[in-house]
Design a protein around this ligand. Structure first.
Ligand SMILES: C[S@@+](CC[C@H](N)C(=O)[O-])C[C@H]1O[C@@H](n2cnc3c(N)ncnc32)[C@H](O)[C@@H]1O
Length: 243
């Protein structure tokens, strides 16, 4: 199951998507933190810490942060754990990983969510922040999450989801589709940064509905699959690997 249909104005087919996405994030890496900081009204650090606390992250756990990017989720996990030594950060973009490596002494691995280079049952807690739209297949990805978690381990997937109400949807489209990419280019003077945020919007707009994500998690073998909505915009997908 694709997270969204191929966006053929950028790449011809899903086979070509990873190379396109990788180039996008490599080129935009140096701008990412600044752009998402003001774009989400400086709420990012607080929210990324709070959501992991609410979903049960505790000191002593072994954590895998898939699609770690510049490390925004992992940095907040390290604050909760009290150290970064039990955190593994994975991302296919060397550019994003280079920024993350400067921030915390976690383990860093180049790789993709669809083929995790870890043994079965390695982690207690797996996070993925704002990257589900970039994988090539939801079920393959979730089967990998299920495999690398120990029995009783939890997957927590964060996403931005288009609101369903007409007015909220209108403001969402105007902000993420037009205002955010335009302001990104104005502030950074970088087309790479603008293109990264434009693609951010295009994938949110094309993304499958939450019910499809929940069904794919169940199909991968997870139990207690839930979606928690936050201010009608943020989706927190959580799922437990049965004991
Ligand atoms: C929008 S950034 C999210 C970064 C960070 N998790 C956060 O909370 O801000 C998306 C990240 O997903 C990564 N990514 C793209 N395709 C991926 C894949 N197939 N598997 C894992 N990560 C992927 C990108 O390289 C990029 O760093």
């Amino acid at each position: 199951m694709l997270p969204h249909p191929p966006l053929t104005e950028h790449y011809p087919s899903t086979d070509a998507k990873p190379a396109f996405v990788n180039h996008l994030f490599d080129a935009g890496a140096r701008y990412y933190d600044g752009v998402v900081d003001w774009g989400f009204l400086r709420s990012g650090s607080f929210y990324r810490r709070w959501v992991q606390q609410r979903h049960g992250l505790k000191p002593g756990m072994h954590v895998l942060d898939v699609a770690c990017g510049t490390g925004l989720v992992a940095v907040e996990a390290a604050k909760i754990l009290g150290a970064a030594e039990n955190i593994t950060c994975l991302d296919p973009s060397e550019g994003m990983l280079a920024v993350a490596r400067e921030k915390l002494p976690a383990k860093f691995v180049v790789g993709r969510a669809e083929a995790l280079p870890f043994s079965d049952g390695t982690f207690d807690f797996l996070t993925m922040g704002y990257a589900l739209r970039h994988v090539t297949d939801l079920e393959t990805t979730f089967r990998e999450y299920h495999r690398v978690l120990r029995p009783g381990g939890k997957a927590l997937i964060l996403e931005v989801t288009k609101p369903s109400g007409r007015l909220a949807n209108f403001f969402f489209r105007v902000y993420f589709g037009r205002v955010y990419p335009a302001l990104t280019q104005l502030f950074t003077r970088s087309r790479d940064a603008r293109d990264m945020m434009r693609y951010y919007w295009e994938t949110m707009d094309a993304c499958v509905p939450p019910e499809t994500v929940l069904a794919a998690l169940r199909a991968a073998g997870f139990g207690e699959v839930e979606r928690t909505k936050m201010i009608g915009l943020f989706s927190e997908y959580s799922a437990l690997k049965p004991r």
